[in-house]
Design a binder for this molecule. Structure first.
Ligand SMILES: NC(=O)c1ccc[n+]([C@@H]2O[C@H](COP(=O)([O-])OP(=O)(O)OC[C@H]3O[C@@H](n4cnc5c(N)ncnc54)[C@H](OP(=O)(O)O)[C@@H]3O)[C@@H](O)[C@H]2O)c1
Length: 275
């Protein structure tokens, strides 16, 4: 996203907790900051007109303080929310933690005096990188909830929509549900990765308990993730949207394309055989 903004000649300031390892494109001004320290954001936001806000927390508690600082400096916010937010459902009626916290963040943004655009992405295709170690080491991916369907979304499509929302008129007070073009089970995702890499891969189902043991005992995200999968398994297949194409003019990229774009991450010793 930063590279696309810079290509358009738009000055970009990127805030990260770790400027030395962030590996951001040349031309971006990189500053140190932490969303857990709202007071420290004052300097980061000096002179900024439009903010792209990614919400890294699993609750909405820090949002009010962050909004205070943002409102003192900027005019508009493009918020990376989540497809887990259900339209029209109050935050406290969301049963999942991810949906509840993002819904509350959206509510606080809408109640602010800022112009805003909300992006609600479906499952990131990049989550498949969680399997990269297993795929580099062998032909089997072991995981829980193999039957869960996800509308895998290429990060380049999120970036393309974000750039439109950040730079063009006509996106104020818009809420964009972004999905990939197909809903694939995790078993199917592994087969697509195998096809794209040119070597058959298998799924091995793990019980929830066995999967939980692969995370650190105190990893709070593990339970958020596994609860989310359990809920998705019981729910309908994710609805697909054409929002990426509607906003950018280009259809959303397939999961197969995403794998080709990231084939090197799955290849043992960097050997890639895309087909
Ligand atoms: N993954 C999905 O499938 C998915 C789908 C829909 C929506 N989303 C939403 O998209 C957002 C990003 O998701 P993700 O899966 O990419 O999460 P992630 O892998 O955990 O990335 C979180 C990012 O936030 C940064 N970060 C963490 N704490 C921070 C802080 N206190 N101050 C500033 N930066 C901080 C991290 O930077 P460091 O390098 O400093 O750790 C990292 O770049 C989340 O809001 C998530 O709910 C994700």
């Amino acid at each position: 996203m930063l590279a696309r903004l810079l290509e358009r000649g738009i000055p970009v300031r990127a805030m990260t907790r770790s400027p030395e390892t962030a590996n951001l494109p040349e031309g971006a001004e990189v500053v140190r900051g932490d969303l857990a320290d709202p007071a420290g954001l004052e300097a980061c936001l000096d002179g900024v007109e439009t903010v792209f806000l990614m919400w890294p927390f699993h609750d909405a508690e820090p949002m009010a303080a962050i909004m205070d600082v943002v409102e003192r400096h900027a005019r508009r916010v493009v918020l990376m929310s989540s497809g887990a937010v259900q339209d029209g459902l109050p935050p406290d009626r969301h049963t999942g933690r991810v949906g509840r916290s993002h819904a509350e963040v959206e509510r606080l943004l809408a109640a602010s005096g800022l112009a805003w655009t909300v992006l609600r992405p479906s499952t990131f295709a990049a989550n498949a990188l969680w399997w990269a170690d297993q795929i580099r080491a062998g032909d089997t991916v072991a995981g829980p909830f193999g039957a869960v369907r996800m509308a895998m979304l290429h990060e380049a499509d999120i970036a393309a929509v974000a750039v439109c929302a950040l730079t063009e008129d006509g996106h104020d007070q818009a809420c964009y549900l972004l999905t990939g073009p197909q809903a694939l089970t995790q078993v199917e995702q592994v087969h697509v990765i195998g096809q794209a890499l040119g070597r058959p891969l298998r799924w091995r189902e793990l019980s929830r308990e066995a999967a939980r043991r692969r995370f650190a005992a105190d990893d709070s995200f593990a339970d958020v993730l596994l609860d989310g999968y359990a809920k998705m398994l019981d729910g309908p297949s994710p609805a697909l949207t054409k929002t990426v194409e509607m906003v950018t003019g280009s259809p959303a990229r397939t999961f197969h394309q995403w794998v080709l774009d990231h084939a090197g991450e799955f290849a043992p010793q960097g050997v890639v055989h895309p087909c």
